[in-house]
Design a binder for this molecule. Structure first.
Ligand code: FES
Length: 433
């Protein structure tokens, strides 16, 4: 049995309400207890309070379902949903769960349909998730069938609220969540709208991988500029992100739940790095050169001071703009110790063929085996292994201790602390007991 399971078993029996079951450490701002990454009860509460709570969850890009009848399977938290475009162009998101006996009826990841028919007993639904047909509804020879007062309108698929922003589709279980612009805040929208200026997108491809780590670690990783200059040899050797570059870790000022990690690459990709900086970075290798220099070309196409912005949009979206490589990553939680990452890489409809080639070539930076993605995946796996199996039980987040939320320094954990401040409020995890 893992130590966190033991803690959980002890605390569940010891307290009355679930919010009282977990004791956050005394120094609540600067320590994170391991059980937030490993406890099934905490995970279950996250699904109710966060993914089914007052949040907008990314589900698809409009470019993936451009025509009437187009649909895509997706997820809100771990819940399978279908994103569908009806004959009138309206987008509907409904649970991929038949209203009859619960079958996950939509079995293909993307396609075009006139209706959805559940394979089990062939109940059929229109493109907006309304129940339209039930075989043998009146029985056979006046025997069997549904009761007389059974109304199709009462048995449609469970629909979520839907909103879009410049071609990005979000869904929510909440009737109370604020409009998407307010949800994102102007500080986050600024860079979001750089990648999504409202012009038509062109889908370039997909990746999918499982990470053996808790879903929150992915948010933390992209709110942790400290690791970027240390773990990612490629970033520092080729000057994409070096301590000392212009950079920022911006957190939304309202809740600190969203973030933008931003940096500006120096013009010269082999720009000199001071000896002092090199000494701090074991992953730095002097004199390394690329065989193909085109790989790191940065075609200036955006009105932005940053060459890289990595945005974490709470709770399930990463918007990646790494020079000319653009993508969204959707986090699908898969129990406390695992998550699925769904990547969609894109460009714009008005890209030239050369630009598409360039985006695809540079896309090797990212993805499950990308020059940058690979190391993050490994690091997060190591952390999950550590928090599941070791005997101490606290994570230390004290870098740049005086700040919470936004920080101008890369050597900072202020954005991680900001996220957990918000998280604890939503989860109602008390500071101590
Ligand atoms: Fe879908 Fe019966 S479970 S029709």
């Amino acid at each position: 049995m893992y130590k966190n399971q033991e803690i959980l078993d002890y605390t569940v029996g010891a307290k009355n309400g679930p919010a009282e079951d977990y004791a956050w450490p005394e120094d609540g701002e600067h320590l994170i207890p391991d059980w937030v990454y490993t406890s099934q009860s905490v995970y279950d509460r996250e699904m109710e309070r966060i993914f089914k709570g007052k949040t907008w969850n990314f589900v698809a890009l409009e470019a993936e379902i451009p025509n009437p009848g187009d649909y895509k399977r997706s997820y809100v938290g771990p819940v399978p949903v279908v994103v569908s475009r009806a004959e009138d162009g309206a987008i509907t998101v409904f649970e991929n769960r038949c209203a009859h006996r619960g079958a996950e009826f939509c079995r293909t990841s993307q396609g075009n349909a006139k209706e959805f028919v559940c394979p089990y007993h062939q109940w059929s639904y229109d493109l907006k998730g309304n129940l339209q047909g039930i075989p043998f509804k009146r029985g056979v020879a006046k025997q069997g069938g549904m009761p007389k007062d059974f109304r199709n309108e009462d048995h449609g698929l469970l629909k979520l609220r839907v909103t879009t922003r410049n071609g990005v589709i979000f869904a929510s279980y909440s009737d109370e969540v604020e409009p998407i612009e307010e949800y994102l805040t102007p500080e986050i929208l600024k860079d979001f709208d750089v990648a999504f200026p409202g012009k038509p997108l062109k889908i370039l491809g997909y990746y999918k991988n499982e990470l053996p780590c808790n879903w929150k670690m992915y948010h933390e990783n992209l709110k942790d500029p400290y690791h970027a200059t240390l773990l990612h040899s490629f970033l520092v050797v080729f000057g994409l992100l070096v301590a000392g570059n212009d950079s920022a870790m911006i957190a939304d000022p309202v809740h600190h739940r969203h973030g933008t990690m931003a940096s500006a690459k120096k013009e010269d990709k082999y720009a000199a790095i001071s000896d002092d900086t090199k000494k701090e970075m074991r992953s730095f290798h002097d004199g390394m050169r690329l065989q193909d220099d085109r790989f790191l070309e940065f075609v200036k196409e955006f009105d932005s001071p940053w060459s890289v912005t990595m945005q974490t949009i709470w709770p399930n979206l990463i918007v990646q703009r790494e020079m000319n490589t653009l993508g969204v990553r959707q986090i699908v939680p898969n129990g406390p110790n695992s998550m699925i990452m769904l990547w969609t890489m894109f460009g714009y409809e008005d890209d030239t063929p050369e630009m598409i080639r360039h985006r695809l070539r540079q896309g090797n930076l990212m993805g499950p085996a990308g020059f940058l993605g690979l190391e993050d995946n490994e690091a997060m796996k190591f952390v999950q292994e550590g928090v599941r199996r070791s005997s101490s039980d606290m994570n230390v987040v004290k870098l740049d201790a005086a700040n919470t939320g936004t920080s101008n320094s890369l050597i900072s954990e202020a954005a991680i602390r900001g996220m957990y401040q918000y998280y604890r409020k939503v989860m109602e995890l008390p500071p101590t007991r």
